[in-house]
Design a protein around this ligand. Structure first.
Ligand code: SAH
Length: 332
């Protein structure tokens, strides 16, 4: 089977899929995400969303949409920030969570209460002005892989080789350019969702903030990866038991948003975004009232999110707006 089918089954099979059968987040799980590392991450995104809402003319109601909300932590941190810093938005926001995992929907309900509406797909979210957030969502949407050998491009496929799962080359596909050995990762499912976001922004107004690990510009390379218990494992290991993701190509994502009708697509590193949004001041404020060991924890969390050698450079933050909306700070 092609890689996108494998990835889709591993993550989303209705009985055995990785996200269907567990909550993968946390120290005891397989991976940690930025909102699980520090409350400051969601708070700063909340500040960003409040500023965007003001440039939108403070629509009431406004759809606050999150794709793949995990445990609901980012949303909870944003909503708490609205209550303190933008009470008008706290009252106007209608929370819509796009989530396929029944286990994670339950976690979200525990944290956020019954007020949000849950949907399986973005298409099911009602029309209206929207602020959309997605953190580590697109990396989990299946990709294809194609590889060039002897001057021709082939689909990469998963199959059995002497009783073991292995990746090999399948049927030739139409593609041009590149060099032998190159691997490309076409992601029509990701582009489809990005186009749908762009179309909603164009129709009803608003902005989207998409955060993930990946690269600013399209480049060849095999970035499919599996994680289990905070370690990388082979992508063929224990299907459905490991987190299977790939890096996000922000150039292609931005083009798909623009194709859908969005304007102003700009991408920063997570480091650039967090520093411009005031991560240092917010951490200093939290550190003022606590003991030395807790201050150390706060400093380590900040470093993990923003330092170039940790998440700061690998992660990117893309903003897109509806045509005519002022480009939201801190995007250039
Ligand atoms: N945003 C959260 C969780 C990231 S993990 C955080 O930062 O902590 C990926 C999330 O996307 C999970 O909530 C998972 O269940 C959800 N997800 C994966 N594939 C999905 C799909 N096709 N549709 C909707 N949600 C999906």
């Amino acid at each position: 089977m092609a890689i996108d089918r494998y990835m889709g089954l591993c993550l989303g099979h209705p009985q055995y899929g990785y996200y269907v059968t567990r909550d993968p987040l946390g120290e005891k799980g397989d991976f940690l995400t930025a909102p699980e590392i520090s409350q400051v991450f969601g708070e700063l995104i909340g500040v960003w969303a409040a500023a965007v809402w003001r440039t939108m003319g403070e629509p009431d109601p406004v759809c606050l949409v999150e794709l793949g909300p995990g445990r609901g932590t980012l949303m909870a941190d944003m909503l708490r920030t609205f209550k303190r810093a933008a009470p008008g938005l706290a009252a106007a926001a209608r929370v819509h969570l796009v989530e396929t995992s029944p286990v994670l929907r339950e976690r979200q309900r525990q944290l956020l209460g019954p007020a949000p509406q849950w949907h399986a797909r973005l298409e099911d979210v009602p029309d209206g002005p929207m602020i959309l957030i997605a953190n580590e969502f697109f990396d989990a949407i299946p990709i294809r892989q194609i590889e060039r050998r002897d001057g021709r491009w082939h689909e990469r496929v998963l199959g059995l080789a002497m009783g073991q799962l292995a990746i090999g080359l399948g049927a030739p596909v139409a593609a041009t350019g590149g060099e032998d050995g190159d691997i490309r990762e076409p992601a029509p499912a990701r582009s489809g969702i990005a186009r749908a976001i762009g179309a909603r922004l164009a129709r009803h107004g608003g902005a989207a903030l998409l955060i993930d690990y990946g690269h600013f510009e399209s480049q060849p390379g095999d970035t499919l990866q599996a994680m289990r218990g905070h370690r990388f494992v082979p992508v063929t290991e224990a299907p459905g038991e490991c987190d299977l993701t790939s890096h996000v190509d922000f150039e292609t994502l931005g083009k798909a948003l623009a194709d859908g009708g969005a304007a102003g697509c700009q991408t920063l590193s997570q480091r650039q975004f967090l520093i411009a949004m005031g991560v240092e001041a917010r951490v200093a404020q939290l550190a003022a009232g606590v003991d030395a060991p807790t201050r150390d924890v706060l400093a380590r969390q900040q470093a993990r999110l923003a330092e170039p050698s940790q998440m700061g450079n690998l992660f990117k933050v893309l903003a897109a707006t509806s045509p005519g909306l002022e480009r939201p700070y801190p995007f250039p």
